[in-house]
Design a protein around this ligand. Sequence first.
Ligand code: J2J
Length: 548
Amino acid sequence: MRPSLPFSRWPQVLEDEYRGQGFWLDLPLSNILQRHRDNQGTAVICGERHFSYAELNRLSNNLAAQFVCRGLGVGDTALVQLPNIAEFYIVFFALLKAGIAPVNALFSHQKLELRAYASQLNPALLVISDEHPLFTDEVFTAELKTLAPALDLVCSAGECNFALHLSSLCSMTVDVDVDADIDCNSAAEEVAFFQLSGGSTGTPKLIPRTHNDYYYSVRRSAEICQLDGATRYLCALPAAHNYPLSSPGALGVFFAGGCVVMARDPEPLRCFSLIEKHGVTMTALVPSAVILWLQAAPGYQQQLSSLKLLQVGGASFAEALARRVPVELGCQLQQVFGMAEGLVNYTRLNDSDERIFTTQGCPMSSADEVWVVDPESHTPVACGQTGMLMTRGPYTFRGYFNAAEYNVSAFNPDGFYISGDLVTQDENGYLRVVGRVKDQINRGGEKIAAEEIENILLRHPDVLQAALISVPDALLGEKSLACIVAHKTAGQSELKPVALRKYLRAQGVAEFKLPDRFQFMASLPLTAVGKTDKKELRQQIFTTAPAI
Ligand code: J2J
């Protein structure tokens, strides 16, 4: 048997405390589904397909058995990239049951991200969709195999001539009793899967999440949102993202025995008709999608009548918009401030309107330790003052995967994760997000690590210096602006935005990470230690002509 995956554990005293207080139950995440194995009620609706809990459990058992009989299990990892389809959950539970730890890439991810995950994890299994342009032929899969020598098995949702088909694997039963659950889970205190970090560094980082910590966050989220068997949740954000997966997301809904309705994306009119057709009671959106829903809603209120709760999170949500939600969409608003690294804050359903409209909620667990500190000295600031958020707790991770050096700066010596968010906290513990110190752009909830794009731009032969900064945007909250200093020798024709975007695409950069605007400059301002002075740069940008 292979050893379990390495990761940064909680100190024993804290593990004991989290168990003692009933936060960690030592159950595998697959228990979320298995506890409903006899439930004939609908768990997932995906287009015209309806899956009962019993069916979802059986299909994931079959698939898990296929993995197990091919020799995969604890210690193995998988790279999964699926759109918002029911197979996402079938695969997720099958991998958990087989003891294989997946990373679920976003469907918008391209070569750059997939290469990074493959080389960090060396997955034995790749699960893809024929709908993704990278997998219409075998070329990129072959490249991934060179990066991940363990990669042996490729499965695909949909037609694909170089992979095994998920649909046939799910319907095959191996020598096991069809009613028996496959139970090869990794231990509850071990890594269940890897979550994706929004990141602020050159390479995308992976967040190990254990069964114990993630299951607790799902249970507690389901409780706060008062989910039950009657909950019908529209999953319109990318299913793999931490927010629609666990806050309380699809896993919270499964835990409570409700139903998840899949939408391909948050496009308002398609979502409105799904809400009407399936009597959806709650959903989760990012602020930019709420703006589109508010614009589209007049005349459709009737279609939205079943919707009781709209969660908004992932990026800053203006108070003026928050106030419009109950009036124009006819449902209650819940603000959610979370992170794939752990900590999630919610406004509570019985909070006053004032709190719901003006704060991003308070930590979900009594065991969440939240400090608001001076970004330089890490000493706590006074209540109500702006500071940087640091946190530790029963579902906040203790280190990025295989990143010992970086972890030194991402945590304080007591194991508090340094989030890089600037917040204020009031006397009741409620937080407001007011900014960030991490070098990241939050483009409508999609996170872009500035350094990752800058490094690729710097590899362009005509680029001497590059800096990516955010600029305000009415719809997305922020867009990205690349400030470029060209080499003196550079031909003018090369350094056009269109050429640089083409270059970035060719390097495998996902569409949402391509700079929205470019500004060509004679030089970039530098700090005393020779780094780009982004504060000064913003000053210069916002007092000069608009970029192209
Ligand atoms: C301002 N900024 C916010 C908010 C997240 C639930 C909800 C969201 C995420 C998520 C998540 C914000 N207002 N309401 O994982 O479980 C910014 C902060 C934060 C970063 C985390 C969940 N809610 N943010 O967005 O890992 O900067 O998770 O640190 O993608 O998004 O991003 P991510």
